[in-house]
Design a protein. Structure first.
Length: 214
């Protein structure tokens, strides 16, 4: 069997799709266009208008990047300061707790008391979300304040015959496909676990489609 070599031609736009490439081409045009205007090769009014626009774009690009850097630096400064402040707050609270002269009312007024939160579990239900990680379905949910979930799963039109206890806030379904060459649908639902007991309501049903492996 012989094959015919086919040459495929594509056209790449002269306008760069990347920010860096656009900037480089703009600088090149701004530098090389004026001499061609002076020599009468390029139209003066249109060329000068385009140069003015390209300069505005470049200035806006620089301002945008400077703002991004400033925001990044400001956020880092905030996180670093807050981390240090949190540590100082904990040390201060620990020192205050050692002073019998400071009443609990004063601590509460200053916001230096850990408040115990009580919640009803009857109406709580896991919110399952699925994403593919390295080709494997990963089921995610909000764990706290529960201790985990009881997860159930079925494949295609089968029964929910897969059951597992999940103690982390995610579960990687590493089971092999029934047939690697066929599309496979997996569905999941779960209940919360607290102190080893199933509590709350049934979660949503999460669904993922696994494509055939060729």
């Amino acid at each position: 069997m012989s094959f015919i070599l086919t040459i495929i031609s594509t056209i790449k736009s002269f306008i760069s799709s990347t920010e860096e490439g656009y900037s480089e081409k703009s600088d090149n045009f701004i530098e090389k266009a004026p001499p061609l205007v002076e020599s009468g090769i390029l139209p003066q009014e249109a060329t000068e208008a385009l140069i003015a626009t390209l300069k505005k774009i470049e200035e806006a690009r620089k301002q945008k990047n400077a703002a991004i850097k400033k925001a990044h630096d400001s956020r880092k400064e905030f996180v670093d300061l807050k981390t240090g402040g949190d540590k100082q707050l904990r040390e201060y609270k620990k020192a205050i707790d050692m002073l019998p002269s400071v009443p609990i009312e004063a601590k509460r007024e200053l916001g230096l008391v850990d408040e115990k939160k009580t919640e009803e579990s009857n109406n709580k239900r896991p919110d399952l979300k699925i994403k593919m990680v390295a080709g494997v379905p990963q089921i995610n949910y909000t764990k706290s304040p529960m201790h985990g979930i009881k997860l159930y799963s079925k494949i295609n039109d089968g029964e929910y015959n897969f059951e597992t206890t999940v103690n982390l806030s995610h579960f990687d379904d590493t089971r092999s496909k029934l047939n690697p060459k066929e599309t496979e649908v997996r569905e999941y639902y779960a209940y919360y676990l607290y102190n080893g007991k199933t509590v709350g309501k049934k979660s949503n049903v999460a669904r993922v489609v696994l494509d055939p492996i060729e």
